[in-house]
Design a protein around this ligand. Structure first.
Ligand code: SIN
Length: 334
């Protein structure tokens, strides 16, 4: 194919292990975000035959330090690139620890259908068998593929394609750390070839009700997560109820907790704090009024969202409404 016909892909780098460097390659220790985007791209064989690349460094951080400020700059830059007819697709390189949160956040605030693909790496760039170059290759190929359009942000890791809403980091090490436990992978990459298994029928991207502007106007409403377990008391919840606009319960089983914790959450809800019940189990669906009487307590059920994604949706929901029924509607649809 003549070079001019290759897709134009913008790569936005934010740091992470994909840009990580070890002091020496036998060491398990490394510093995330040490390399610049040009160095990441230079390590990918055959990239110039896949796409015309423009690259930018948006941040150089480990994704444990991802912040609302970086999310805002990233989202604004992506919006500008989506509006640019000369750009066919966008790739974001990101640390894996909060990759799923950034992907989900972007799926709710970027109201475009241009291909947007996030990727990272489980091994630093200097490690033997570094997975970053293959992941970047697949991400660029996917971002240049017409079939990736209109699916919301996609995540590609270890040859697997995931929808932003579904993907989770399910292990703290290993190149196969990413999965989509509830609805399964969106598809797979085979070399530069994209194979989708399904469509994403949840609301995202172009049809999303949310926007960065509304979120900023609302001051990024504070939402905290409380992790349930044996003998969880009321005091942490009572403390948060004084400070947060929303609380997500990472509940046991079906989003449950001790009587003391549920009573504290009910007090918080009565005081105007939005309370969402999610599950700490890693998969499944938390429905309304199963073991807990959500109608009586004024709670919202998280459905399939993990506690960390429920936190993002609640923050965005609270930028538009405090009404528990309207917030529940968001959780039913997004
Ligand atoms: C990070 O999330 O930045 C560190 C871990 C990783 O990228 O795998």
């Amino acid at each position: 194919m003549p070079e001019a016909r290759l897709p134009a892909i913008a790569v936005l780098a934010t740091g992470g292990t994909i840009a990580g460097a070890q002091a020496e390659s036998a060491s398990h220790a490394y510093r995330a975000g040490a390399l610049q985007v040009g160095q990441l791209l230079d390590a990918v064989p055959g990239l110039a035959r896949l796409a015309r690349i423009q690259a930018e460094q948006v941040a150089s951080i480990g994704s444990q330090n991802m912040s609302h400020a970086v999310w805002a700059s990233l989202a604004r830059r992506i919006e500008a690139l989506c509006d640019d007819p000369a750009v066919d697709g966008i790739v974001v390189t990101h640390g894996t620890d909060t990759l799923e949160e950034t992907a989900y956040f972007l799926s709710l605030v970027i109201r475009h259908d241009k291909p947007l693909v996030l990727t990272g790496a489980m091994r630093p760039a200097t490690a033997p068998g570094a997975d970053g170059p293959a992941n970047v290759f697949h991400a660029v190929a996917l971002a240049g593929c017409a079939d990736a359009r209109g699916r919301g942000p996609l995540v590609v890791m270890n040859e697997d394609i995931h929808y932003a809403r579904e993907v989770q980091k399910t292990a703290c090490a290993g190149i196969n750390a990413f999965a989509s436990p509830n609805r399964g992978r969106a598809g797979v990459m085979r070399g530069a070839q994209t194979n989708f298994f399904s469509r994403n029928d949840t609301v995202h991207s172009k049809a999303s009700a949310f926007s960065l502007g509304a979120l900023e106007t609302a001051g990024w409403p504070r939402v905290d997560v409380v992790h349930a377990g044996v003998d969880l008391g009321a005091d942490l919840i009572d403390f948060l109820a004084e400070r947060a606009r929303g609380i997500v319960l990472a509940g046991v089983g079906d989003g449950n907790a001790t009587d003391a914790a549920l009573q504290a959450l009910q007090r918080a809800a009565a005081g105007g704090v939005a309370v969402v019940r999610a599950s700490r189990t890693g998969s499944g669906r938390v429905g309304r009024n199963v073991e807990v009487d959500d109608d009586a307590a004024g709670f919202i059920a998280a459905g399939e969202l993990s506690p960390q994604k429920a936190r993002i949706l609640l923050m965005l929901g609270l930028s538009l409404t405090r009404d528990p029924a309207s917030l529940q509607d968001f959780f039913d649809r997004y």
